[in-house]
Ligand binder design. Structure first.
Ligand SMILES: NC(=O)c1ccc[n+]([C@@H]2O[C@H](COP(=O)([O-])OP(=O)(O)OC[C@H]3O[C@@H](n4cnc5c(N)ncnc54)[C@H](OP(=O)(O)O)[C@@H]3O)[C@@H](O)[C@H]2O)c1
Length: 315
């Protein structure tokens, strides 16, 4: 698989990130281990988890994904071959959401314990916390970097203006800054005026894409397969506009002999060949090893420029 340098984070990662949100809950340990082995065999090294995955699953605590990864790392002895991203900031069973210094310190130690490691490669603020001063949050993250518990920090589900504010505070105080952004991003546009299901930013829109490109901040695109909705329309969340943009995707996929999901991955990987677009790293998940393999095979695919532009211009 191709590698991408996250220059400001000082990390080199495979250009497709593997999501482990449902490991240990919907996805069994045996299947998760199979997927992790396959991902590594194919050259993948970039894993995404969180301190609360997947607490909404019936009977789950929210520790399942990190705990399973910890078990895998110990079993295979491969910690140093992987770049592990985890997150802090969302609620788990009413334990309290937020990015206070106390919460960041506590959950970082908990993630280290569950993962069985002494450092996190990339530590994301999972969502914004408007009740805690950004100064407190950025100072707490910076302390973790200085202590060597965290190599780099990132922001997920942040509004662009809050990322700018955080950057300003980091620059003024010499703190570590958010080097990667992880919003929801896929080929289809969200419906105009769609009321968000959560208070966080559901999709990366034009203004954010331009900001990230101008500041050389890579975009790690979560839910980039629209929850499996490109190949199974019944799974497509209803907040996406479909119409002629989806028709264009389906036509081009047929012409190229790719599944729509695979073409979406190719389109995302080609974003930095367009003006005002950042480097995009698709972050996807699957419950099936065969699906996983066919997405990872797209890592080296070079999308034809004319098709890239046709897909991008469709609306
Ligand atoms: N930062 C955040 O707030 C946030 C939010 C959500 C997710 N995430 C991260 O992003 C990762 C992925 O997100 P996600 O699960 O929401 O979305 P996703 O990757 O867009 O969708 C997952 C769905 O895609 C389907 N799929 C995978 N490969 C396929 C293929 N080759 N052909 C057809 N369908 C395929 C899967 O179905 P099958 O199981 O049938 O293959 C699965 O149901 C998570 O694991 C998590 O790490 C982050």
């Amino acid at each position: 698989m191709k590698k991408v340098e996250l220059k400001r984070a000082g990390l080199t990662v495979s250009n497709i990130c593997l999501g482990t949100m449902m490991y240990g809950t919907q996805v069994s340990e045996a299947e998760a281990f199979r997927q992790l082995d396959l991902y590594r065999e194919m050259g993948g090294n970039f894993l995404d988890t969180s301190n609360n995955y997947a607490h909404w699953w019936p009977g789950a605590s929210g520790d399942e994904s990190e705990t399973l990864l910890g078990k895998y790392l110990a079993d295979r002895g491969c910690r140093d071959q992987l770049v592990i991203a985890t997150k802090v900031g969302f609620d788990r069973h009413g334990e309290g959401a937020g990015l206070t210094a106390k919460q960041i310190e506590y959950w970082c130690d908990e993630s280290l314990r569950k993962l069985g490691t002494d450092y996190i490669d990339l530590y994301y603020a999972h969502t914004d916390d408007k009740n805690t001063p950004l100064e407190e949050t950025m100072e707490a993250f910076d302390r973790l970097v200085k202590q060597g518990k965290v190599r780099a920090i990132g922001a997920s589900n942040f509004y662009t203006w809050r990322m700018c504010e955080a950057k300003h505070i980091a620059q003024q105080n010499g703190y570590a800054d958010y080097t990667v952004n992880q919003p929801c991003y896929t080929y289809l546009f969200p419906k105009g005026g769609y009321k968000l299901a959560y208070e966080f930013n559901v999709n990366a829109v034009e203004e954010r894409l331009r900001y990230l490109a101008a500041n050389d901040i890579p975009l790690v695109a979560y839910s980039c397969l629209a929850k499996g909705g490109y190949d199974d329309p019944a799974r497509l969340p209803d907040f996406y506009e479909t119409g002629s943009r989806l028709d264009t995707l389906l036509e081009c996929a047929k012409e190229l002999g790719l599944t729509p999901s695979k073409l979406v991955i190719a389109w995302l990987l080609a974003q930095d060949r367009l003006p005002n677009r950042p480097t995009v790293i698709p972050l996807f998940s699957s419950s099936r090893s065969d699906h996983l393999k066919e997405i990872l095979e797209m890592s080296d695919y070079v999308l034809d420029q004319e098709i890239l532009e046709k897909l991008s211009d469709a609306y």
